[in-house]
Design a binder for this molecule. Structure first.
Ligand code: PRX
Length: 650
């Protein structure tokens, strides 16, 4: 796919800080390599051993049944996910804080494991009284409040499948997802807070439910107290039903492969895909990777800044940490509210020891300036993590020096919604790090960088990142579309899992993940499909055709650029540009709002009529096109576009 990257080959590895190394779970590369070798030679024995991390009602009979592309893990085993995250900790650490919730306006609510147990049991009983039983799907559209974690665990307790929709999605996006997953119950809130403003979740949900007739009950958490529309036959206040519910709800055993959740993510078509995860393998690998990657200890105060609306929140706010009996900080709001030192103030206030955040956040902190950090004592931090997008070396170094004071290792963790848990990452006490590389695979994981024929690329040469063997937390299918599951992940390069990422390996075998090779883009770490944005655009009455590409953005990594051609009845204007951007916000959500809308007379196409995104990308990024244009149907159109950067700007 490309030339050899000498910068990657020249980067020197830096050993873990000695103080950290000495106390770490895994203290040397020799230890890592021996575990890696063991998992490679005897995967069943390796995972059987790790499975002891969980409490089983019945131990598995077989470790893995693999018939490409379908894996079954811990076959014959029975457990309850919520029991593993809550009940089993009560005896040893019932009074320990499980969730340390902080509201945007600075209130703290610590919830102990014992409290959490009561809340989960009560809400499980509420769901049961609404007719939810094992295998049913519950849709969840909540802000970052404790009820969100409670809802997930209550579903898991009953064997119900949860499907969380990020609170920033619009009513159209919410309705699509609710219909696709077949939920009959929705859990939402009157609203949430973001930068001091109210996000009217209930109103958005009401709108969505107009096209979801199957939803018969809506449980509403009162968070803001603002008046909301009420449907007496359908809506229930969370606090009312919860206060009437019994607090005894035994955790029933479910098969290892019982479905745990569906989480929608963007793919290469306009339709989001419902990634389906199952119980034991997912929970185990989340719990195990927490120990490996975050070197988790009993007294850690661990803070993952993701939203539970995304996979990072599922795996590393709820399931991984709670399965380990950890204390997790859960923060409701934005990093710059009321001021740009909110994160550092929180680290100081709660003496946070492990911080897991995104490159976009790190780049924003860098841009805001060190003085915001310097106002606070952040010396409680001992380990820093990054996730969601490639981290550029400058941001990596700033994170290490200014936040980590040179004493905290950085774990740049590579994984995906589909992989369920972290697959490639340094082990903080063992792996020498290189700024910008996720380094090496965890034991049990066999990634490769290959060309389209499946042949390995040379060191420094770009190829496709694939994974050779099944792993416990891998997605089981795309809900309702097993064919798409095969096509997207298993048929691209036969025999291996296709990640959709481009990557390189260097001479030390380190992985450098470069970004997506498909029509998926990452804006502020949020995964978006260019096709989904295009279909939102063409549903606007003024637009005839649309093409969406990404351009680099200093803070957000990438930004959305939309090229549109107008219907004869419409006229290009700055107002129309705003209306079009608003329309995308209304159809998908503000995360998909184009940074630029550019009007064009026509879009460049191949002879077969395919829009040439490559050229548009070049145009969006550099302002001109130098690539090969011989297959263009309408060269004049492209030239015109390149010359004028859009007709209304000429
Ligand atoms: O392109 C990779 C990028 O994020 C994609 C997965 O996105 P999503 O399913 O939303 O999950 C994000 C949270 C796990 C990947 O295909 N990505 C994720 N982590 C990294 C990364 N790219 C480079 N380095 C990472 N550490």
């Amino acid at each position: 796919m490309g030339e050899v990257n000498h910068a990657v080959l020249g980067e020197k590895a830096v050993a873990p800080p000695e103080d950290f190394r000495r106390q770490a779970r895994i203290r040397s590369m020799a230890e890592y390599e021996s575990q890696y070798r063991r998992a490679l030679d005897d995967p069943e024995g390796f995972w059987r051993e790790q499975a002891k991390l969980l409490d089983w009602f019945e131990v598995p009979k077989a470790i893995c049944e693999w018939e490409i592309p379908h894996a079954k893990w811990f076959v014959g085993g029975k457990l309850n996910v919520s029991y593993n995250c809550v009940d089993r900790h009560i005896e040893k650490r019932g009074g320990k804080t499980a969730i340390l919730w902080e509201s945007e306006d600075g209130r703290t609510l610590p919830i102990s494991y014992r409290d959490l147990h009561g809340r989960v049991c009560r809400f499980a009983n509420v769901l049961r009284s609404l007719g939810v039983s094992a295998g049913d799907t519950v849709a969840v559209y909540l802000p970052m409040i404790p009820e969100l974690a409670v809802t997930l665990l209550a579903c898991a307790r009953l064997g119900a499948v949860h499907s969380v929709v990020f609170g920033g999605f619009s009513s159209v996006a919410l309705a699509d997802r609710i219909r696709d997953c077949g939920a009959k119950v929705l859990v939402t809130a009157d609203g949430g807070y973001r930068r001091g403003k109210i996000v009217p979740l209930k109103a958005t949900a009401d709108h969505a439910l107009e096209s979801c007739p199957a939803v018969r009950s809506v449980v509403v958490v009162r968070r803001t107290g603002e008046p909301v529309r009420w449907d007496d036959g359908r809506d229930l206040w969370f606090h009312e039903v919860d206060s009437r519910a019994a607090s005894d709800c035994p955790a029933a055993p479910f098969d290892s492969e019982h479905p745990l959740y569906i989480l929608y993510t963007s793919g290469t078509t306009g339709k989001p895909k419902g990634v389906l995860h199952s119980s034991a393998g997912y929970l185990l690998q989340c719990a195990w990777s927490m120990q490996m990657v975050f070197d988790l200890r009993e007294d850690d105060v661990y803070w993952c800044t993701a939203d539970i609306g995304w996979v990072t929140g599922h795996s590393y706010i709820v399931y991984g940490p709670l399965a380990n009996g950890a204390t997790v900080v859960m923060y409701e709001g934005a990093p710059d509210h009321p001021a740009k030192d909110r994160f550092w103030q929180l680290v100081e206030k709660h003496r946070v020891t492990i911080l897991y955040t995104s490159p976009t956040a790190i780049r924003a902190f860098m841009a805001w300036g060190n003085e915001w950090v310097e106002r606070h004592d952040v010396t409680s931090l001992r380990l820093l993590g990054s996730v969601g997008e490639p981290i550029n070396p400058a941001a990596w170094r700033w994170y290490s020096e200014v936040i980590g004071r040179g004493r905290c290792p950085i774990v740049d963790t590579w994984w995906q919604t589909e992989t369920g848990s972290i697959l490639v990452s340094p082990l903080p006490g063992a792996t020498p790090t290189k700024a910008g590389s996720a380094t090496l695979p965890l034991p049990g994981i066999v990634p490769r960088v290959v060309n389209l024929k499946g042949e390995p690329t040379e060191p420094g040469e770009t190829g496709y990142l694939v994974i050779e063997r099944p792993w416990p937390s891998m997605l089981r299918t795309i809900y309702g579309d097993d064919e798409r599951f095969r096509r997207d992940y298993w048929n691209r390069i036969p025999g291996v899992y296709f990640t959709g990422d481009a990557a390189q390996r260097d001479g030390d075998g380190y992985f450098w993940v470069l970004g997506r090779v498909d029509d998926v883009i990452k804006v502020a770490g949020h995964r978006l499909s260019t096709m989904e944005i295009e279909s939102a655009l063409v549903s606007h009455e003024a637009i005839a055709e649309a093409a969406v590409v990404a351009k680099p953005d200093e803070i957000k990594g990438e930004a959305v650029v939309a090229f549109v051609t107008l219907r004869a009845s419409a006229t290009a204007s700055p107002e129309l540009r705003e209306q079009i951007a608003d329309h995308v916000t209304a159809t998908i959500g503000s995360i998909a709002r184009p940074a630029e809308v550019r009007f064009a007379q026509s879009l460049p196409k191949t002879r077969s009529g395919k829009i040439m995104r490559r050229l548009l990308r070049e145009l969006a990024q550099k302002g001109s096109v130098t690539g090969d244009v011989t297959s263009l149907e309408d060269l004049a159109a492209l030239e015109q576009l390149a010359r004028t950067k859009g007709i209304d700007e000429s």
